[in-house]
Design a protein around this ligand. Structure first.
Ligand code: GTP
Ligand code: MG
Length: 226
């Protein structure tokens, strides 16, 4: 059992039963899921190994925990329809970057950048996209570092590059994003201006708290240099 507490984000498999128009897609997709799950495992293992090394060398665990999920077939189909793209496996692989998603919840902001940097330095990882919503927060206050990477998966007869979306954030940013997401999900577009403003203010406060906690941690622990 890994030291890092891990949690699988439940995918909504019940939604497969079934839009008959997309039945062929669903049949084929079952095989594709295995590949993306392998991509998730590769990324998790790489991050876990880094976390273990930090634990041993610096008595510090950058990663608090990880979560992961495969995008549900229904969400994939909906996204393809929104973008007016054909529902075929090739188009989906080509156009949807977040079929495989790993969320890394770190203790401090410096841990986020350290983990991202060490992961991206590995020579079998290809970086496809970075969105730094910590340096450039979204208008609503959302903060996280998003990476889209390709990672090799070795099958019996071939090597496949698999795309994985990685979201890296602090515990506090994750707390915020979870509440904001559930409000938006429950209320659709009816979140009032007052609530929006309060959430935005919380995001600002969280940023200050993250900075202050990190400063205190630095004082107590000294800095590691990698
Ligand atoms: P999608 O089409 O939703 O995948 O967005 P995108 O392709 O523009 O990618 P982006 O990196 O902006 O967002 C990817 C994921 O980050 C989303 O699916 C959410 O999980 C998360 N995310 C982005 N913005 C927000 C936000 O404002 N609030 C919350 N709670 N999560 C967000
Ligand atoms: Mg997405």
């Amino acid at each position: 059992m890994s030291r890092i507490m891990q949690k699988e984000i439940v995918s909504e498999m019940d939604d497969i039963f079934f839009e008959s128009e997309n039945l062929d897609f669903y049949r084929e997709y079952i095989h594709v899921e295995q590949l993306y799950l392998a991509g998730i495992k590769e990324v998790r293992t790489k991050l876990e190994i880094l976390d273990d090394e930090f634990h041993n060398r610096f008595s510090h665990n950058p990663i608090h925990h990880m979560e992961w999920r495969l995008k549900s077939p229904k969400s994939i189909v909906e996204k393809m329809k929104r973008r007016h793209l054909p529902i075929s496996i090739d188009y989906i692989k080509e156009n949807i970057e977040d079929i495989a998603g790993v969320r890394v919840i770190c203790n401090y902001v410096k841990d986020i950048y350290r983990m991202a940097d060490l992961l991206l330095r590995q020579d079998d990882i290809n970086l496809l996209k970075v969105k730094d919503y910590i340096k450039n927060p979204k208008e609503n206050g959302y903060r996280s570092l998003h990476l889209v990477v390709e990672v090799p998966v070795y099958l019996a007869e071939e090597k496949k590059m698999v795309t994985v979306e990685i979201q890296i954030r602090t515990i506090a940013m994750d707390f915020w994003a979870t509440l904001e997401h559930s409000l938006r999900y429950k209320n659709k577009d009816e979140v009032s201006d007052d609530i929006r403003q309060r959430l935005f203010d919380c995001a600002e406060s969280i940023t200050e708290i993250d900075q202050e906690m990190e400063a205190i941690h630095n004082k107590l622990k000294g800095k590691y240099h990698i």
